[in-house]
Write a protein that binds this ligand. Structure first.
Ligand code: ADP
Ligand code: MG
Length: 295
């Protein structure tokens, strides 16, 4: 488990993180979503032990991560900026990573060479941005980490590679129980992979939930009826196409279905919302920046 408790970070008087609390359960795929400048990379640099908290604490498996090499050896990170490795080749980085990560798997490295068809001898700076990301994924996966931390990882990857990379990662989650923390400024990128979501805005956690919690408490209803909708329903949004009304309703699914029977519907379908839809309706009133996360 990753626990961030009341974390505050200031840069020359500017408060980048403001008493932030966040919990990433073991074995989850946690999406950290927020507009540019929200503080995602700053949190990630605390979680990977690069920054020391000004206030608060960051615990991984119950232990502080800063200046704690045994804890750090269990975390692999793909940072937003890969330029510090640009002079090295994959082959060189591989031996460097083997020194840092005792669990590094040569077997895995060889197996993944089929997916990441990259020249192992070229320095990374000769690669495109997307190829550099691929190299970083390749090496990070081979370290067999307990915690995989990815800062805007799909930036620059083409859709096919994006899919392949996620399928490798999700396989690790299923077989090894890897805990994954992934940040993005775009919710849509995370929709298919995450089971937990935290929404960050101006250095604060606006909302943190599991996907099943989110989906349990809000439904989309497609309804055809001549009667008025029961006033007990907590309708967040309503639209109409022909005779079909589409309602976004907050509340318990079964109770909603029961209430809707009162208006004797010709059609009544209850559908789950996509993550994107949930955010538009849940947070739409809160903040314009947050709405932009899904655009
Ligand atoms: P995100 O990754 O969500 O786009 P960051 O964590 O990079 O956001 O940055 C959060 C805020 O902190 C931004 O306003 C940024 O300008 C500021 N910031 C980040 N790192 C530094 C730094 N090293 N020095 C000064 N300000 C910084
Ligand atoms: Mg960032």
């Amino acid at each position: 488990m990753i626990e961030v408790k009341n974390l505050t970070k200031r840069f020359d008087g500017f408060t980048a993180l403001n008493g932030l609390t966040m919990t990433v359960p073991t074995g989850s795929v946690y999406g950290l979503v927020g507009p540019n400048g929200a503080g995602k990379s700053t949190i990630i640099r605390h979680i990977t032990g690069v920054y020391r908290p000004d206030l608060g604490e960051v615990l991984i498996g119950g232990e502080p991560v800063f200046e704690n090499p045994p804890v750090k050896a269990r975390i692999a990170c793909i940072p937003d900026d890969l330029s510090c490795h640009a002079g090295a080749s994959i082959r060189e980085l591989k031996s460097f990573f083997k020194g840092l990560y005792p669990a590094f798997s040569d077997e895995r490295f060889t197996a993944l060479a089929d997916i990441f068809k990259l020249d192992q001898r070229q320095p990374l700076r000769r690669f495109s941005k997307g190829m550099q990301k691929q190299a970083a994924f390749w090496l990070a996966i081979c370290t067999q980490p307990d915690y995989l931390v990815l800062d805007e990882p799909v930036d620059g990857l083409d859709p096919v590679m994006r899919k392949q990379v996620w399928s490798v990662i999700l396989e690790d989650v299923a077989t090894r129980g890897t805990t994954v923390l992934v940040s993005s400024h775009n919710l849509r990128e995370l929709e298919d992979v995450c089971d937990h979501v935290g929404v960050l805005h101006e250095g604060k956690m606006l909302l943190e939930r599991s996907l099943s919690d989110l989906q349990e408490n809000i439904v989309k209803v497609q309804l055809v009826t001549d009667r008025p909708i029961p006033p007990e329903l907590n309708v967040l949004h309503k639209s109409m196409t022909g005779r079909i009304q589409t309602l976004i309703v907050r509340g318990d699914r079964r109770e909603i279905a029961g209430l809707l029977q009162q208006c004797n519907p010709l059609l009544c379908d209850l559908l789950p919302l996509s993550l994107e839809e949930i955010f538009i309706y849940e947070l739409g009133g809160v903040n314009y920046d947050v709405k932009n996360l899904v655009l």
